[in-house]
Structure formats: structure tokens, C-alpha cells
Ligand binder design. Structure first.
Ligand SMILES: *Cc1c(COP(=O)(O)O)cnc(C)c1O
Length: 427
């Protein structure tokens, strides 16, 4: 499969090169040249397939012949090594729990898939690849874990000091080996900007790539869980509405890709915190990116979502067309906390802030009689322990995979600006 840059001034490239480079030379994100819907038969009989088989059917056209079938199936098996439960919390609302992976964040899927593709593509090369990644919270841990020990790959993670939770910080600063953590005196957008600057810096001769959802191998596997959810909900015989708590809009964009592949999804809701660039755009048609604001759903503190351009492409850059299938609403921290309480009081379900924002999206949208709403619960409550325990009258039991890292010693290099990153990359 070939990919083109959405800035349209770099040549088209292969899946392999898109994965290895991350971003095109013209700084555009890559987009597949062709999207071929899956057979109706497959969608109709999806319940007969295992999750691994579904994932293979969904991803294979985007990889093409660049990874042999047997290897691709192995990569999928290593990626999808846990369950994606759908927890009913209301007559017509369920939480799709994406957090049962090794770092308890939905990003485990994309990170693991990408790590293995990259390791495969760099096999036998003398030169190591350096993965540069900016994180607003959960990406760091998932990438650190997914890439730990990957041969020929070094990982450098930039995170905003004081703006990620304790658990998140431990997950990305304690693994060692091929993982280096940089604690940046700034906000997430500063981290993301530094990463983008490094890619353009001709003095840096190391082979760099990105593991943010701009990378096609991080972004595309996120299509899987929309299919997994459909497999479970098909029998309800209702129109499906997905509400996705959104930051960089990679996850929801993957959902729209799933719809393009023929998955019957009625509507998408991109639920955001007060970082409301996209909700505002839908209202007045003016795309006005702003610096990110810190919130309690910090993995969504993104002022200029890098995947929105992909969503626009999926709707031929036609705002009216987009609005038919896609809504976006913004919610404050106050509303989020009130909703966490409401969900807990009414149903006993513990939603962390991102999931609660997703739930709010469904409420604001207003499900119709024949619709079934699914909100994506993108992290385990333990990842946002402070907020959850301050908001709800509960104590979160620390799961085993978190217990393991929480007492480890943090190792991070402090940097204030691009010079700090550059000197590390020139070593
Ligand atoms: C990354 C993240 C999001 C946002 O996902 P995008 O694909 O960037 O929109 C939401 N919730 C959690 C917990 C995350 O880690």
C-alpha cells in the first residue's frame, strides 16, 4: 500500500517508509492512497471470526505485501493479547474498555503494533532508529512498554513536567534499557513542537521517526476495537453511535476509517475537554489552533490535533459532509467531575476523566430510540488516581501491572528547550 502526504508536496511512499519516517518531508501526515471496503459477508458474519482474524482482515490492505502474512499475523497476536470488554452501564449505553493492556491505556495497541513493524523493517540494518515521541500522558508509558527491548530501536520520550500523573510518569521513566525520558519545562505543545523541529534539523544525522498517532502504524491498528465492539453489539440491532474522548484525534479518525471499510456506524462524537479547537471549528468553520490548556483529562490536552487533517480528508474537506456523521463537543473539568459522580451514583461504574468526557458526549448528542451509544474508556482509573479518588468515595485497587512500576526509581533528564533535545540527539 502506498501513502501520500496531506501537505501534497512530498512524493508518495510505501507503508514501510511511512512507518520508518513518521512524518513526510513536507511535514504532512501520511494517508493511504486507497481504502477498499471489506466484504459485506465479512461484516455480516463478524461474530464467526476471532479478534486476531478480524484484526488481520482490517489491517492487511494497509500493509500490503510489505510484511509477510505469517509475520503480520504474529505481530497481531502479540498486539492483541488482552480483552476489550464492553460494559453495559445503561439500557442503551456501554463503556468500551480499552485499558486492559500492559500499561492500562488504549495506546498499548498502537504502540505495540508499531514497535513490531519497526523492528521488522529495521532488521539487519546497521543503523539504529531513534523513535522520538511527545506525550501528554499515556503515550509515553505505552510507547516505552511497547518498544522496550526492540532490537535496533532507541526511544526518546518528551513529557511536560508536572502535567502527567504519577503513575504515568513512573511508567515512562523507570524502564531503562533502550528508553530515555526527557522532562520538559513546558506544556505538551512545547514537547510536540520540539519533536517536529528535530525532524527538520539537518544537523541531526540519526535516523528519526515518531511514535505519535501521526505514525500510520500507531494510528491504523486503532480501527480494531471498533470492529471488536461491533462484533459484540451487532445482535442489539441498533444504530451505533461512538463517542471518543479526543486529544490528537487519532483514535476517532481510526473509527471513521473503520466506517469507510464498511463497518455500520451511525455517528461519531469527538468529546473534548476545554481544548476546543475542533468543536469550535464545527460551529463557525474557522480552524483556530490554540496553545493547550491543562485539565484533569490531561491525555487530551492538545490545542492543535494532528489527526484532524486526516478526518477532513476522509470527508473530502467538506465541512457539511463531515457534520452529517461527526459531532464534537467540549466539556469543562467541573462537568467532567460531576459526571464521574453521576455515573458512579447511578450505576456503580467507575469512569476516569477521559471516559467521563466520552459519556458526556453521548448525553449531549442525545441518543435516539433506535440508537446505541458506546463511549470509549481509554484508561484505567488508576492512571488518574488523584482525580478519581478525590471525586468518588472509593479507593482504587492498584492492578498488578501498575504495582510493578510505582515503586521504581524515576530516571529523567531535565530539559528546558530544543537545545537540550538537540545535544542529546547529537551524541
Ligand atoms: C491519548 C489519549 C486520548 C486521546 O486520544 P487521541 O487519539 O489523541 O484523540 C484519550 N484518552 C486517553 C486516556 C489517552 O491516553
Amino acid at each position: 500500500m502506498n501513502y501520500y502526504s496531506l501537505h501534497h508536496t512530498s512524493p508518495n511512499t510505501t507503508f514501510k517508509k511511512a512507518v520508518v519516517q513518521g512524518l513526510a518531508k513536507d511535514r504532512g501526515v501520511y494517508f493511504p492512497e486507497k481504502i477498499t471496503p471489506l466484504s459485506k459477508n465479512f461484516i455480516e458474519n463478524i461474530a464467526d471470526y476471532t479478534n486476531h482474524e478480524i484484526a488481520y482482515e482490517v489491517i492487511k490492505q494497509f500493509v500490503g505485501d510489505e510484511i509477510p502474512t505469517k509475520k503480520l499475523k504474529e505481530i497481531i497476536a502479540a498486539t492483541i493479547s488482552f480483552d476489550f470488554p464492553l460494559v453495559k452501564i445503561d439500557d442503551n449505553i456501554a463503556s468500551l474498555e480499552l485499558f486492559h493492556g500492559p500499561t492500562m491505556a488504549f495506546k498499548d495497541v498502537g504502540a505495540k503494533f508499531m514497535a513490531q513493524c519497526l523492528e521488522y523493517f529495521n532488521q539487519g540494518n546497521q543503523e539504529e532508529i531513534t523513535v522520538l515521541v511527545a506525550t501528554s500522558g499515556d503515550t509515553g508509558g505505552a510507547v516505552a512498554n511497547g518498544f522496550l527491548g526492540a532490537k535496533g530501536v532507541n526511544v526518546v520520550i518528551l513529557y511536560p513536567s508536572g502535567k502527567v500523573s504519577d503513575v504515568q510518569e513512573k511508567q515512562l521513566t523507570t524502564l531503562g534499557q533502550n528508553i530515555t525520558a526527557l522532562e520538559v519545562d513546558g506544556v505538551f505543545d512545547d514537547c510536540q513542537e520540539m519533536v517536529k523541529t528535530a525532524f527538520l534539523d539537518t544537523n541531526i544525522t540519526k535516523k528519526l521517526t515518531s511514535a505519535n498517532s501521526i505514525n500510520v502504524a500507531r494510528w491504523l491498528p486503532q480501527m480494531f476495537y471498533f470492529f471488536f465492539a461491533y462484533k459484540k453489539l451487532k445482535k442489539e440491532n441498533k444504530k451505533l453511535v461512538f463517542s471518543v474522548p479526543s486529544g490528537n484525534f487519532g483514535n476517532i479518525c481510526a473509527g471513521i476509517m473503520a466506517q469507510k471499510l464498511g463497518l455500520p456506524i451511525e455517528h461519531f462524537i469527538a468529546a473534548t475537554n476545554v481544548n476546543d479547537t475542533v468543536p469550535n471549528y464545527l460551529v463557525d468553520g474557522v480552524y483556530n489552533p490554540k496553545p493547550s490548556k491543562a485539565t484533569i483529562s490531561n491525555a487530551m490536552d492538545v490545542g492543535n490535533p494532528s489527526n484532524f487533517i486526516r478526518i477532513q480528508e476522509l470527508f473530502n474537506n467538506n465541512l457539511e459532509l463531515l457534520k452529517r456523521t461527526f459531532s464534537s463537543y467540549s466539556f469543562s473539568d467541573t462537568e467532567t467531575k460531576a459526571t464521574m459522580k453521576e455515573i458512579y451514583t447511578n450505576t456503580g461504574y467507575v469512569a476516569e476523566p477521559h471516559g467521563a468526557v466520552g459519556y458526556l458526549g453521548l448525553k449531549k448528542y442525545g441518543l435516539k430510540e433506535n440508537e446505541y451509544g458506546v463511549f470509549l474508556e481509554t484508561a484505567h482509573p488508576v492512571k488518574f488516581l488523584d482525580v478519581v479518588e478525590k471525586t468518588l468515595p472509593i479507593q482504587v485497587k492498584i492492578p498488578e501491572q501498575i504495582q510493578k512500576v510505582i515503586n521504581n526509581k524515576k530516571v529523567a533528564l531535565q530539559i528546558a528547550d530544543y537545545a537540550g533535545l538537540k545535544s542529546l540527539l547529537l551524541k
